[in-house]
Design a protein around this ligand. Sequence first.
Ligand code: GAP
Length: 491
Amino acid sequence: MSNNEDIFKKVVSHAKEYGFVFPSSEIYDGLGAVYDYGQNGVELKNNLRTYWWKAMVQMHENIVGIDAAIFMHPKVWKASGHVDGFSDPMIDNKDSKKRYRADQLLEDKIARYEKDGKTNKANELQEAMDKALLDNDLPQLKSLIETHEIACPISGTRNWTDVRQFNLMFATEMGAAADESDKVYLRPETAQGIFVNFLNVQKTGRMKIPFGIAQTGKAFRNEIIARQFIMRMREFEQMEMQFFIRPGTQKQWYEYWKEARIKWHNKLGYGADKYRFHDHVKLAHYADAAVDIEFDFPFGFKEMEGIHSRTDFDLRNHQELSGKKLQYFDAELDENGKPYGNYIPYVIETSIGLDRLFLATLCACYKEEEVGEDDKKDTRVVLSLPSLLAPYKVAVFPLTKKDGLPEKARVIMDELKFDYNCFYEEKDAIGKRYRRQDALGTPYCITVDHDTLNDDTVTIRYRDTMKQERIPIAKIKEILREELDWKKLLA
Ligand code: GAP
């Protein structure tokens, strides 16, 4: 097992052991590519979402948020192109009856060629695959699978069906009569809730172009292959922002958002070398330019966020199919002194998967460190999360369970809990309690001991340095306020 595979396995088991992520319906052996967030996971996820929301909405006077419903009129998905075009090329192995994404099988082969030093073969296959995908040439995809002798990982045979397109949307029925007219979809992206509300928000918020609408929420895709833990899920959460602009200004705003978004990622401090841009060769049906921000996961660089120049594709199609005008009157004057007038705005979209950001955070922050000296050497597991993201900000410990120490610790806890998510614990030796908080990523521990009863001082212990300081109780809030200032991430 490579070191990276090893780390990834440890991250996955840490996530379960410490209440971050559980397989869904685990007592029934789980449900493929569906996961539940546990007591600590939900806090970390909420904090990541808050970081995004504050950066996008609170920090931009011209961006507002909404929360649209998951169910939408079925025509929405016709207009957006998802009914006809939101599919992956899939292929089945006739012996194992397993289904695969044809492009994924080819990607895996390319990776194997690269690993074996067969760079020419890898490049050749990559080029041929990109062309077949661009041309939507399904027979050519099958032919590439055959000529490169790709076998099913389960059956080991090369007994393949033809390649077919497989729509990724989940459908269900609304109301009592289960016929085609009642068919509704679980949204495969949150973006359409923003497009159909474009005029509602623009008018009621008296928004002037350029302006943005942001939203976070669940999206659903019937992914053919789901793997790598919460990387590719069938139910996941997106954080998307549509930025409405004057046609012709899309290049400028595309560059602006590329820069703004990479800056946002870098502020987390996981290391600039962990990110790279990847321009799309095959553009989605709605885009005239698209780039991914990829993160260096233990299993390689993979997409975490997409920035797409969506032109007026969505608003134009919704206007056509709904028969409702989705235009904006721009009173500003152009270079000839005439108002820009009515137009359908262009859109730059930023779209990040919250679960992938969560996974990137766990992978970047999971550390095993050697601590102690000589015969007392030990390994500690620490999640070096940015303090503002940690599930618990402070843990409060009485050194022992007696002599009035718990009562004193409770007074401190009761003072802090209004501002910070705090953890209280009396059980076990103090060292063990510190280690448990390290593993959860709690940045500060406050310990109450016998001296506290006499002089109202406590020990504050810092997660990353393990440094301990004696401070007056009265100073705790001041320290926390300084350390847990959103300005550090947002300025
Ligand atoms: N509205 C544009 C859109 O949905 P996308 O590239 O398909 O674009 C955006 O998805 C982001 O959503 C991705 O960058 C990824 O982080 C996340 N995402 C997509 N599919 C996912 C899945 N099956 N599981 C987890 N996250 C996913």
